[in-house]
Design a protein around this ligand. Structure first.
Ligand SMILES: [Mg+2]
Length: 410
């Protein structure tokens, strides 16, 4: 199954995506997602200029060998650009192998371990009324688990909460942080105000929606370990499914302090890209959920190893699934979710209609559960004519400054 063509497709149907398209000598096509939000062209160049020449003429069946070649032959290891590029190749090869086998990819990963994949949606609001309205809207869409983000008094723009509707007259919960502009947007932040406010929000949500609805919250890396510990403890009465990214975890040891003080379950890792970033976190059981995406963590091959390692320590998956993961990356996550034993939950931010014009998917969301479908391979097709109608547009994620002007984690 020799690879005869490898094309990097950059398209922007509402937001930017980087897709690798591999073609074999017998005409099979495999797709991989290499989208790195705000740094898309770096991955496109890494693939086009440095990886494509290594792929032409290789056997598409040799997935592990190709992964090791790309990881080790570069000499320079790890990092989001490298690992997203490797992921694009790896997922495209798994797509090809499953198409050659005539099976949906999850069958090659061991078959289904469950009937469907529990997904959580994102509810948000600028105040309690708007938040409750957003939660009700997500319940009507079928979601059975909901992430809750709200504005904080005294802060102008908060992660996860749109300041205006995406469309005139539209809802406020269609949140897209990356803005198409030549420079990133500046937002403001005040951790003390946030820590005072968030427990009152969860108290209100629990009294309105009851004790049973699984609720999640994303701290988005803004707290110190002791602040994170305080928030985790303050949220214990509201029984969160998880508290996500409570503190930046480049220093894995810092999670010991958080863990020591709270029983609120912890999820971390959407900015990580290898198993090494989790080694202490998992071995010492300092977290409960792995938040990596297939797209930024070296693909199915590396994620399978990471999640198998996590399984030894009763740590579960919570794969990253915002709209900057393309439908190709999302489908790869769903096949893995269905097959692994230690599945926890899957994030779902549905893509917009323009994205769905470019990427045709077979995965479904019904009654709170996702399923990747039964098409051979990933079950996603790229419409190249549609992709060509949406050329790349520069877009950046925002950044934060504190009141005194200091740059803070966003
Ligand atoms: Mg997050």
């Amino acid at each position: 199954m020799k690879i005869v063509a490898a094309e990097v497709v950059v398209t922007s149907p509402g937001r930017n995506f980087v897709t690798l398209r591999l073609t074999t000598e017998d005409g099979l096509v495999g797709l991989g997602d290499g989208t790195l939000n705000g740094r898309e062209l770096a991955v496109a160049s890494y693939l086009q200029d440095h990886v494509v020449p290594l792929l032409l003429g290789r056997d598409a069946h040799a997935i592990e060998d190709t992964w090791q070649l790309l990881y080790r032959s570069a000499y320079w290891r790890r990092g989001p650009v490298t690992m997203s590029a490797i992921a694009a190749v790896d997922v495209a090869l798994w797509d090809l192998k499953a198409k050659a086998a005539g099976m949906p990819l999850y069958q090659l990963l061991g078959g289904a371990s469950r009937a469907g994949i529990l997904a959580y949606g994102h509810a948000s609001g600028r105040d309690t009324d708007e938040l409750f309205d957003s939660i009700r809207h997500h319940l009507e869409l079928g979601f059975r688990a909901i992430r809750v983000q709200t504005a904080v008094p005294g802060i102008d723009a908060v992660y996860g909460v749109p300041t205006r509707p995406a469309t005139p007259g539209g809802r406020h919960d269609d949140y897209e942080p990356a803005q198409r502009a030549p420079l990133p947007a500046e937002e403001d932040w005040d951790t003390a105000a946030y820590l005072r406010h968030i427990p009152t929000v969860f108290e209100a949500v629990r009294s309105e929606f009851g004790a049973e609805l699984p609720l999640l919250h994303d701290g988005h890396h803004r707290m110190t370990p002791i602040q994170a510990a305080r928030l985790g403890r303050a949220l214990e009465p509201y029984d969160l499914f998880w508290l996500e990214d409570c503190t930046p975890a480049e220093n894995q040891e810092s999670l010991r302090l958080v863990r020591h003080h709270t029983t609120t379950p912890l999820a971390i890792g959407e900015v990580f890209n290898t198993v090494w970033d989790y080694q202490t976190l998992i071995r010492e059981q300092l977290i409960d959920y792995v938040r990596s995406s297939v797209t930024h963590t070296g693909g199915i091959t590396a994620m399978r190893k990471l999640l198998d390692y996590a399984a030894l320590y009763q740590v579960k998956s919570g794969i990253h699934g915002p709209t900057d993961i393309s439908p190709v990356g999302m489908a790869a996550a769903l096949h893995l979710d269905l097959a692994i034993h230690n599945f926890g939950i899957q994030e779902l931010m549905p893509h917009g209609s323009l994205t769905n014009e470019v990427f045709r998917q077979t995965y479904t969301f019904e009654d709170g559960y996702l399923h990747p479908g039964e098409e051979p391979g990933l079950g996603v097709e790229l419409d190249e004519e549609a992709a060509a109608r949406f050329p790349y547009e520069p877009a950046y994620l925002p950044f934060n400054r504190l009141k005194d002007g200091t740059v803070h984690d966003w």
